[in-house]
Design a protein around this ligand. Structure first.
Ligand code: SIN
Length: 320
C-alpha cells in the first residue's frame, strides 16, 4: 500500500456504464439504464479507504459504452493527461461500461504516456442490484492506483487486473467477464491488496506527435471499418465501403486469419485502390498466422483494437 503518512490523490473520472446504472425495480439486473448515477455518488460508502487518500471525482461523460467513440476518447484522453501531469496525483481511475472498455483502454494505451497508473473499472450489475459488483471493483481499482510502482493503462474487474493490450470482454453476463487471453492476467486483488503476477506494462506509446495532440474533433478520425469473413462471404460490403471512401479495413478472418476467397478478392481490390487492409481473427483467443496470406496481419490485435490502431496509423503516418 501507499506510504502511511503521505497524502495520496487519486482522480476518478466517470464515463457512465452499468457501474452507474439504475433499474426502476431495485434488484432487477436485466432491465436497467446504464450511466445514470454520478461518479461522486459512486465514491460514497466505499469500504476501508486509507485515511491519507484524497479522492477527486470528475464526470467526463455519462453514456452506455456501446455509444463510446472518438470524440469522447479525445475528451477523456485530455482529462487523463491533465490529471497525470499534476505532481500530487498518484493515479487516475476511470469508471466505464464493460461493453467497449477494452477499446477505450487500448486507445489510451496507444496514445498516452502513462508513467502513473490509469485504471479502468466497471460493473456487470447496476448500482441498484441487490449485490452490486461496482463498489468492490471501484475499491479494487483505487487499490491498484495506490500500489507502489503501478503504471500503464490497466483494467480491473472481479478482483482481477488486466493490461490494456490484452484485456477483452469474453462473457455477456458473468461477473468475471474479462480475460487477458494467452498473455494471462497481471494480478489479483484481495482484501484491498494487489498480488502482482506479471510485470507492469511498459509505458510505451505507439501513436504520438502533433497529429494526436492537435485533434480537434472526431471529424479528424479516418473512416476505418471491420468486416467479417464467414461461410458464403461475397465481398459486397467491401465494395460498398470503397464507394463510401473508407480508408482502412480490418478483416476479422476465420480461425488463424484465413479469409473467404471472394472476400479476399474484394479486399485486394480495395488495397490496390489505396485502402489499408489488416487481417485479424474472429476467434477470441490465439494468434493469426502470417503464412501464405496476401493481407498483412494486425500484429496480434483483436478486430476492435486493430480498428483503432489502423485509424491512429492513418492519422499519424500518412499524408492527410
Ligand atoms: C455499458 O457498457 O455501458 C453497458 C454494459 C456494462 O457496463 O456492462
Amino acid at each position: 500500500m501507499a506510504e502511511p503518512n503521505k497524502a495520496h490523490k487519486v482522480v476518478v473520472l466517470g464515463t457512465g456504464g452499468t457501474i452507474a446504472g439504475t433499474s426502476a425495480q431495485p434488484g432487477d439486473d436485466r432491465h436497467y439504464r446504464a450511466g445514470q448515477i454520478g461518479v461522486d455518488q459512486l465514491l460514497q460508502h466505499l469500504p476501508k479507504l486509507p485515511a491519507n487518500l484524497v479522492l477527486v471525482a470528475e464526470q467526463v461523460a455519462q453514456v452506455d459504452s456501446k455509444d463510446m467513440g472518438p470524440a469522447l476518447w479525445w475528451q477523456l484522453r485530455r482529462r487523463v493527461a491533465h490529471w497525470l501531469a499534476q505532481a500530487d496525483v498518484v493515479g487516475v481511475v476511470i469508471t466505464h461500461g464493460t461493453d467497449t472498455l477494452e477499446e477505450t483502454a487500448y486507445f489510451l494505451y496507444a496514445t498516452l504516456p502513462a508513467a502513473k497508473p490509469v485504471v479502468l473499472t466497471c460493473a456487470m450489475r447496476p448500482a441498484t442490484s441487490l449485490a452490486p459488483d461496482g463498489p468492490q471493483n471501484l475499491r479494487d481499482a483505487i487499490s491498484v492506483a495506490l500500489h507502489p510502482g503501478a503504471q500503464g493503462v490497466l483494467a480491473v474487474c472481479a478482483g482481477t487486473l488486466h493490461g490494456a493490450l490484452d484485456v477483452q470482454k469474453l462473457h455477456t453476463s458473468r461477473l468475471d467477464a474479462f480475460s487477458s487471453g494467452d498473455a494471462g492476467v497481471l494480478g489479483k486483488i484481495r482484501s484491498h491488496r494487489l498480488f502482482l503476477i506479471r510485470n507492469w506494462p511498459q509505458a510505451s506509446v505507439k501513436y504520438s506527435g502533433s497529429a494526436i495532440e492537435n485533434i480537434a474533433s472526431d471529424a479528424d478520425w479516418p473512416p476505418v471499418d471491420i468486416v467479417t469473413s464467414h461461410a458464403g462471404a461475397d465481398g459486397l460490403v467491401v465494395d460498398a465501403l470503397l464507394a463510401q471512401g473508407v480508408r482502412g479495413i480490418v478483416v476479422a478472418g476465420t480461425g488463424s486469419g484465413t479469409v473467404h476467397h471472394a472476400l479476399e478478392a474484394a479486399l485486394l481490390r480495395a488495397q490496390a485502390a489505396g485502402v489499408v487492409v489488416w487481417r485479424s481473427t474472429r476467434c477470441a483467443l490465439g494468434p493469426v498466422s502470417p503464412a501464405a496470406q496476401r493481407l498483412p496481419d494486425a500484429q496480434g490485435l483483436s478486430p476492435v483494437k486493430a480498428r483503432i490502431a489502423l485509424a491512429l496509423e492513418l492519422l499519424t503516418c500518412s499524408p492527410r
